[in-house]
Design a protein around this ligand. Structure first.
Ligand code: PEP
Ligand code: MG
Length: 605
């Protein structure tokens, strides 16, 4: 969605402490220096390539040369429609540039720098261009100086082509930086290396956007929705990011710095205290056991899930495998990815959700297979997203199902369908699954004899209201409260301008959750909650009180949820939940919940 750039704010004098306020979406304190990502003028990244990556880097350069050549040829065709004299002039110019791309010194030297200095392709092109055009300029001849300009132009085009894959830059941020950007997509966020990036802040994005979710699962403190952020900072500014309070402090005074350093230490101690809960059961005071699972995006998240003692994976967002790449993964690659997760969970249940591309999660690599760009739909959140995309592209869906079935021989697996709104979609998906299963067996591929359980996400109000019908055809439910809240209240979860209205405690949302849980109980199918509220200790008494016994959340949230469970009586929580479910006002609901929590005994570990 295009955004209007805000009017420029008055710039305060440099060096004075300034505070920006936004939405704190991932807790933690980061003290570091700003690295401002300027979308309009991307700086050329420079980094070293591992030896075994040199061939791939050289291929990146070749691909960029092919793309630049294609662009120039297109330009040449277009130029034919100009008046003849202009077409001729431009034709010569474009021919000269095309020749440069066809194996000239520019390309040969850049390729050599990749191989010999292990430079990344962008930096290799930049260095070669500088060397050649400076050489021309030194000769003091106007004609040669103009040729230098041509070299520079071709170099810029090549760098732009290389950086059409913007993920390359985000992978190589300087160590100890705090990333500042206008916007970060979920795919961008997935690239951040928590060892290098201490935190990030952006102008756009809501509390339950996938960017926010990704930050929480990476354990990187983050703030979204800060107005006038990018124009108010520059790379190198010392900053403090408080991901809990949503405060970003630029040029902090020594006193502020001391205060936040102390807070950072206290936070670390609190995490250490909670880590002692790892092997303790998630059992209420009156003896009810709750299953606590992890939401993960990539195999790298497994370590975090084990660290907090997750019982299984309640949600694997497979769409992240399709992001930040030029080609979609084939069946074998998907199988390897899934096998890594299933093996990594050591016999514990893994819930694999089929791809949920669409809305704010995009995968340009799928463009060739799916044709029309889905993000250009009039309303992407209501368009071809989740299971709709899978069912519309049977080859894509069948490939993923085949990979899942193959991975299922390595450990217990369930298959979860996102964005279900019609019973027919479940039937269609099950038929496809059975067909793929039969085909693989016929080919003697190693797959389980029995099909894995097939469940549906309840994240559309219409699905929640027809939970009875869906329960009859599903093996389990996972309630996606992030989308359920968005679609019930008509509030974009990713839009900071309506973030204050995004309220999962709204009685309409709670009733849909309760209705779904009760349908699951009647049909004796497991029901879990895997939206962000499952990882918020504030919601725990209410969710347990209305019958939920399975929660799935980003791993760092699990210890505090477990602590809350161990401190409450399910009988009392159910009583309070009954009172809450009679309320009409989200504010009153929040008060009743907070009052219940305030009266819980403290059972420290
Ligand atoms: C949800 O909508 O609550 C959910 C878990 O799915 P996602 O956040 O991936 O849309
Ligand atoms: Mg969802």
């Amino acid at each position: 969605m295009p955004r209007m750039k805000n009017d420029r704010a008055e710039s305060p004098p440099p060096g004075r402490e300034r505070i920006f306020q936004g939405l704190g979406v991932a807790p933690g304190i980061a003290l570091g220096t700003a690295w401002v990502s300027d979308d309009t003028a991307p700086s050329t990244p420079e980094y070293m390539i591992e030896i075994d990556g040199l061939a791939a880097e050289s291929q990146r350069l070749k691909d960029a040369v092919a793309l630049a050549t294609k662009q120039l040829r297109k330009l040449k065709v277009k130029s034919q429609s100009l008046p003849p004299a202009a077409a001729e002039e431009l034709g010569y110019l474009l021919d000269a540039r095309l020749q440069m791309l066809a194996g000239s010194r520019l390309i040969r030297t850049a390729d050599k720098l990749i191989a010999e200095l292990r430079l990344n392709a962008e930096a290799a092109v930049r260095a070669t261009v500088a060397e050649i055009s400076d050489g021309f300029a030194r000769m003091g001849d106007a004609y040669l100086a103009a040729r230098g300009e041509d070299v520079r132009e071709v170099g810029e085009r090549l760098i732009r082509c290389l950086m059409a894959t913007p993920y390359v830059a985000l992978k190589h941020l300087p160590e100890g930086c705090i990333l500042i950007a206008t916007d970060l997509t979920p795919a961008d966020t997935a690239l951040l290396d928590p060892k290098l990036v201490l935190g990030f802040a952006t102008e756009q994005g809501g509390k339950e956007s996938h960017t926010a979710i990704m930050a929480r699962s990476l354990g990187v403190p983050a703030i979204l929705g800060i107005a006038h952020l990018v124009e108010g900072l520059k790379t190198g500014d010392p900053i403090i990011l408080d991901g809990h309070a949503g405060k970003l402090i630029v040029h902090p005074t020594p006193e502020t710095r001391d205060r936040y350093e102390a807070q950072g230490v206290a936070l670390k101690q609190e995490r250490k205290r909670l880590s002692r809960l790892r092997d303790m059961p998630a059992v209420t005071l009156d003896g009810f056991t709750i299953s606590l699972n992890a939401n993960i995006e990539l195999p790298r998240d497994l370590e975090g899930a084990h660290r907090v003692g997750a019982e299984g994976v309640g949600l694997l967002r497979t769409e992240f495998l399709y992001m930040n790449r030029d080609q979609a993964p084939d069946e074998d690659e998907q199988y390897e990815f899934l096998r890594e997760v299933v093996d990594g969970m050591d016999g514990r249940l893994v819930t694999i959700r089929t791809i949920d591309i669409g809305g704010d999660k995009l995968a340009p690599a799928l463009r060739e297979q799916i044709g029309e760009p889905i993000e250009e739909a009039p309303n992407p959140a209501l368009g071809v997203r989740g299971v709709r995309l899978s069912l519309a592209h049977p080859r894509l869906f069948e490939t993923q199902l085949a990979a899942i079935l193959r991975a299922a021989v390595h450990g217990p697996v369930r298959i979860l369908l996102p964005m279900i709104s019609h019973i027919g979609e479940v039937h269609q998906a099950r038929e496809t699954l059975e067909r793929v299963h039969k085909r693989l067996k016929r080919r003697k591929v190693n797959v389980p004899e029995k099909l894995p359980p097939l469940g549906v996400m309840i994240e559309v109000p219409g699905a929640a209201l027809s939970a009875d019908g869906l329960a009859a055809v599903s093996d389990f439910f996972a309630i996606g409260t992030n989308d359920l809240t968005m679609y019930t209240l008509a509030i974009d979860r990713g839009d900071e301008r309506v973030a204050a209205l995004y309220e999962p405690l709204h009685p309409a949302v709670l009733r849909l959750i309760q209705f779904t849980v009760e349908a699951g109980l009647r049909y004796r199918i497991p029901v879990s909650i895997c939206g962000e509220i499952a990882g918020d200790p504030r919601f725990v008494p209410l969710l347990l009180g209305i019958g939920v016994r399975e929660l799935s959340m980003s791993a760092p949230k699990l210890p505090s949820v477990k602590e809350r469970i161990r401190a409450l009586s399910l009988t009392e929580a159910s009583r309070r939940a009954r009172t809450i479910m009679d309320q009409a006002d989200a504010k009153r609901i929040g008060e009743l919940l907070d009052d219940f929590i305030a009266n819980l005994g403290v059972h420290s570990v």
